[in-house]
Design a protein around this ligand. Structure first.
Ligand SMILES: Cc1cc2nc3c(=O)[nH]c(=O)nc-3n(C[C@H](O)[C@H](O)[C@H](O)COP(=O)(O)OP(=O)(O)OC[C@H]3O[C@@H](n4cnc5c(N)ncnc54)[C@H](O)[C@@H]3O)c2cc1C
Length: 459
């Protein structure tokens, strides 16, 4: 069938790695190294740099063999899922934005509705090849210092060119239940129950996430894989998925549409561009209702300052961009949501429970770069938008307050967006000592930008 993506094989992969290494050799010493990728889901500006490493030959799936896939580092989940679904399988965790790549989700962390039982994407990696700062391509496995420090390194330890990952069998359909809670305490208790039992009200739960619309109105969406045929909903047309969470108590989607349910409207963020207005939506080509299109519009706004000008014209105080995902221990979630609604006031927020898959004998924090505790349930809270704070906006007061509150509650903040920590605090929170040790081993000439310089100093 034409147009359906298939595997590329080892020869094509070897050619892709060779092209990457040629482009590495061409980077002058001392010049910043970065990837020449076609898409990104980073949400922080960064300084312009040279042409970038040629990764155009590393965007495919090498092979699928039963419950294991060999995947190139720059392969998007949209592409990966298209190939694995043809084998009736999916990766254990599929982040919900189509252009997130496997390498980006492993080095920049990822999360989705199966994380309550399958952990994070890097926890189902069996082996990977990494182009390190020494220019070598190193094969690394769980337990190796490089492998264990790689998650949350954001390219500061090198670039994954190949990843061997686990897959799980999946059914063609998904039955959904949207369960309402009047307070966050009840929702947090339900999360702990579902994590423990893998079920709710006697029915299996295969996917778990939720939305807090406002203090008294929160939902958990419980997904169950099913072979039962029957009608399914389609939220790529006039209907908008996040609205259905409030309007329906049950629903059905194909597994494909379930995986991309949040991408079509970037959760709820497409409304900032008018894409949820019925007339605009009818005119907005369906194939362009995707997160990477909205991401480009935001990049354009960042360059042209359209949002700021509209705020000034409307007499609104200057806006501060607040785009973050944070992990909060489940028993502190009500406290965080209460504080967040009072001090930041963004609504709605996304909720995604997670529990690490890896349990290590010698430490309760098996991933040094993002030291969550194994055996503890967290809830990822995601919020993306602008808060009109006034002339103080350039100092990012809300973002800084969120950083402080998350640390007070024993949580963690993902680093794909803006961060303001001082160097000591950053090292304490993100395993700076181990990162520095591993970087010295594999990048003795410091060719790759450090994590702190990338994330906080935005170099
Ligand atoms: C609005 C918004 C919501 C988000 N929500 C979620 C969410 O709910 N779930 C989720 O999983 N993620 C979420 N993300 C974060 C996203 O997953 C991370 O930013 C991820 O790192 C992006 O991956 P990417 O493939 O697009 O990589 P890029 O954005 O291109 O790069 C991200 C970083 O990873 C490095 N990198 C990229 N490829 C490789 C590689 N092969 N080897 C080593 N390093 C590499 C880059 O150098 C860069 O530092 C969200 C992001 C945004 C903007």
């Amino acid at each position: 069938m034409s147009g359906v993506r298939t595997t590329v094989g080892w020869q094509v992969h070897a050619e892709g790695v060779a092209r990457l290494r040629e482009s590495w050799a061409a980077v002058p010493r001392g010049a910043p190294v970065r990837l020449a990728k076609r898409t990104s889901n980073l949400f922080r500006g960064r300084s312009a740099a040279g042409p970038g490493l040629d990764v155009s030959g590393l965007e495919g799936v090498i092979e699928v063999d039963g419950d294991v896939a060999e995947v190139q580092g720059m392969c998007t989940y949209e592409h990966l899922v298209e190939v694995t679904l043809a084998h009736g399988r999916i990766p254990l965790v599929v982040p919900q934005l189509r252009t997130i790549t496997l390498g980006g989700a492993v080095s920049g962390l990822g999360i989705e509705a199966t994380s309550f039982r399958s952990g994070l994407p890097h926890e189902s990696v069996l082996e990977m090849d990494v182009l390190t700062g020494s220019g070598e391509v190193v094969t690394t496995k769980p337990g190796d210092a490089l492998f264990d420090a790689f998650p949350n390194s954001y390219g500061s330890l090198g670039y994954a060119t190949r990843l061997r990952i686990e897959l799980e069998p999946v059914a063609p359909y998904v039955a959904l239940r949207h369960v309402r809670f009047d307070d966050a305490d009840a929702l947090a208790a339900a999360v702990e129950r579902i994590v423990a039992d893998g079920a709710w009200a006697g029915e299996q739960v295969d996917g778990l996430d939720g939305v807090a619309f406002e203090p008294g109105e929160l939902y958990l969406t419980l997904a169950r894989w099913t072979d039962d045929p029957g009608p399914t909903s389609d939220y790529t047309r006039q209907q908008v998925f996040f609205r259905s969470v409030q309007e329906r108590s049950t629903d059905r989607l194909t597994i494909h549409d379930y995986l991309w349910r949040w991408d079509t409207d970037w959760f709820w963020c497409s409304r900032a561009f008018g894409a949820q207005h019925p007339v605009v939506r009818r005119l907005w080509p369906r194939r362009l209702r995707r997160s990477d299109v909205y991401w480009r519009l935001v990049a354009l706004d960042r360059r042209l300052g359209i949002g700021d000008r509209l705020d000034r014209r409307a007499g609104r105080p200057q806006g501060e961009r607040v785009v973050q995902d944070v992990e909060i221990p489940v028993d502190r979630l009500p406290e965080f949501l209460d504080w967040f609604d009072r001090e930041v006031g963004m609504r709605p927020v996304w909720l995604c429970p997670l529990r690490l898959r890896r349990v290590a004998a010698d430490t309760e924090r098996p991933w040094p770069g993002y030291p969550l505790s194994s055996g503890e349930t967290y809830v990822n809270v995601g919020f993306w938008g602008v808060v009109n704070v006034g002339p103080d906006a350039p100092r990012s007061p809300r973002n800084r307050a969120i950083e402080a509150r998350v640390s007070e509650l024993g949580g963690h903040k993902s680093l794909y967006s803006e961060a303001f920590y001082d160097a000591d605090e950053f090292d304490r929170l993100y395993g700076g000592e181990e990162l520095t040790r591993v970087k010295a081993l594999h990048d003795p000439d410091d060719r790759l930008t450090t994590l702190y310089d990338k994330v906080v100093r935005r170099r």
